[in-house]
Design a protein around this ligand. Structure first.
Ligand code: 8YV
Length: 322
């Protein structure tokens, strides 16, 4: 009898086909109505789950009596109740490393777009406002040789800092729950308090995991520490940043601009952030290239297969043995 797998979000078509060859697959389909109810029903005799971007906690999984593994097609795992999964002896696998460079590229794209006001000036030019040599209203910010503050020198934060250090000769500051001396040394990076980072940085990039310590970390008080020419970039999770406080800071011009790829509520169909020209908004596309999403799906597939065969997946969030 085939093991049962629940696919709880859209995944790569070729990977889905492979799963359907070897497992009894149920695909959760939002078009069929209440997703939570579909998941609660589908997991009753499920052995494994694969997908991303959905909250999965006790209320979704309490009927799952045979579940061995959730293989997430993501590096972030704040949408899962990890403690609950561990107590139930359910492995949670995720997909680090394969998306690091792609996401760092996107972060730097946001940094440069916000610094040089690409989206605002593109709109300005196409609307025919370019009547004479540009003035200070069209000026951007210097990047080369300036100071980058990375909040969270994890794999992605380190990759962003590498781009800044080697590509733009930037001075690197970083903050996080722990110091990373081996990573810092290669970048001539200096660990400092969050306040010092906010006060000293020309660019602040949020690259932390979302957890109890980082939730709403960048609030009005934090933003008030930043310099008027400073740029904030968020590619971590939306809840790390107080979006209302950011809106106020941009309107009051206490910071220059921001680049956002993640939001407190996603997908973001409408927001009062959208009418602010000094904020560049992207739709959570940090890892969104065909190549990287394929690598993520392949890795998540392999970790699911390994777990269902009784082998510990390579990248476990809750790596302790059960
Ligand atoms: C995922 C991400 O595509 O990997 C992550 O943590 O944020 C993205 O790369 C997204 O989480 C899927 O919903």
């Amino acid at each position: 009898m085939k093991q049962k797998v629940v696919v709880f979000s859209q995944i790569d078509a070729e990977i889905l086909q492979r799963l359907q060859q070897d497992y009894d697959v149920t695909v959760i389909n939002p078009k069929l109505g209440d997703v939570q109810a579909q998941i609660q029903e589908a997991v009753v005799d499920a052995d494994g789950m694969i997908g991303a971007g959905r909250v999965l906690n006790a209320s979704h999984l309490q009927s799952a009596k045979h579940l061995k593994v959730i293989s997430s097609v993501s590096v972030g795992y704040d949408n899962y109740d990890v403690d609950y999964l561990s107590k139930q002896g359910i492995w949670l696998a995720h997909t680090p490393h394969v998306l690091t460079e792609t996401t760092a590229d996107l972060a730097f794209t946001l940094l440069m777009s916000a610094a040089k006001q690409v989206t605002r000036l593109d709109k300005w030019t196409k609307q025919g406002h370019w009547q004479r040599t540009v003035g200070s209203d069209q000026f951007g910010q210097e990047i080369f040789g300036r100071t980058l503050g990375v909040v969270g020198l994890g794999n992605i934060g380190q990759a962003i800092a590498r781009r800044a250090f080697h590509g733009f000769n930037m001075n690197i500051l970083y903050h996080g729950r722990q110091q990373r001396p081996e990573r810092a040394a290669a970048l001539n990076a200096r660990y400092c308090s969050l306040n010092e980072l906010l006060q000293q940085s020309d660019f602040v990039v949020l690259a932390v995991d979302l957890n109890a310590d980082s939730n709403q970390l960048i609030d009005a008080a934090a933003l008030a520490q930043m310099q008027k020419h400073a740029v904030l970039v968020n590619i971590s999770r939306g809840s790390v940043l107080d979006e209302t406080a950011l809106r106020d800071a941009i309107l009051q011009r206490t910071i220059f601009a921001a680049g956002l790829d993640v939001y407190q509520h996603e997908p973001l169909k409408q927001s009062d952030l959208f009418d602010l020209d000094y904020i560049v908004t992207l739709p959570h596309v940090g890892s969104a290239t065909a190549q990287t999403r394929k690598k993520m799906a392949e890795l998540a597939y392999q970790q699911l297969v390994d777990a269902l065969a009784g082998h510990q997946p390579r990248y476990l969030v809750n790596s302790q043995s059960f």
